[in-house]
Write a protein that binds this ligand. Sequence first.
Ligand code: SAH
Length: 260
Amino acid sequence: VGDRFEAGERVLLIDSRGRNYLITLSAGAAFHFHRGIVDHDHLIGAFDGARVTSTQGESLIALKPTLSEFVLKMPRGAQVVYPKDLAAILVQADIFPGARVIEAGAGSGALTIALLRAVGPDGYLTTYEVREDFAATARDNIEAFLGKVENLELKVADIYDGISEGEVDRVVLDLPEPWRAVAPAAEALREGGALAAYMPTVVQVQALAAALEDDIRWALVKTTETLVRSWHVRGRSVRPDHRMVAHTGFITTARRVAAD
Ligand code: SAH
C-alpha cells in the first residue's frame, strides 16, 4: 500500500499494449481513449500502482509518473534533456544535497526538476532563462511535478550578461553558446566549484573547451557522451532493441580553481 492519488495530480495510465497516457486528475472528469472511458473519480483516492478497468473492459495500470516518465510526457517549449543525460549530468556535475546551483536556460524545465531533486530542500537553485514564455512553461512543468518549490529562483535574464549570485557550488548550462557563460561562471563559482555544460554538437564542445583551457581559473576539462541501449527481453528473444536514441548531446565538465 502506497500513496493515494489526489485531484490535481498527474497520473500515468498504461494499457495492455504498454501505451501510456499522462492525465491530470480532476473530480467529475473522464479519460477517453480507443478502448473506452475511465472516470477520474475511480482514480481519485485509489493507490499508486492500482489497476482500473475502462468501460470497454480494458485493464489499465495507474502510476505516479517517475521523473523520466514525466519529462518525456510533459508539455515542451524547448527540447528537453533526456533522462540518460539528466542522470549523467547530476553525477558528472557532482550535484549534492544542500548545494547552491546556478542553471541556464530553463527551457521546458526537465533539467531544473532533476537539479531541484538532487539539491533537496536544503539546497538552492537559481535558473536564468532569457525567454519569458519558456520560463512560464518551465514553471508550470516544475510545479506540476514537484508542487510549490521554495528553493528555486527562476529569473528572466541573459546569463551571458553576468551572474549576480556569488560563492556558488555548481553551474550547469544548457544553452546554445555556453562559452559565453564561462567568464560569468568563473566569477560566480567558489574555488573548488564545478561547471557542467550540455551541448548537441561538437562545434559547441570545441568552442567551450577552448574557452575553458584559455582561462587559468579552470582545470580538469572533460567531455563525455552517454549512449544507453535498451534491450528486448522476452522468452528466448534476448537482444538489444532495434531502435535507440542515438544522439542527444555531449557533456563537458570543469573545476574552478585558484588563479594563482
Ligand atoms: N535544459 C532544458 C532545455 C534548455 S533549452 C530542459 O531540460 O528542458 C535552452 C534554453 O536556453 C532555451 O529556453 C533558451 O531560451 C535559453 N537560453 C538561450 N540563451 C540564453 C541565455 N543567454 N541566458 C539564459 N537562457 C538562455
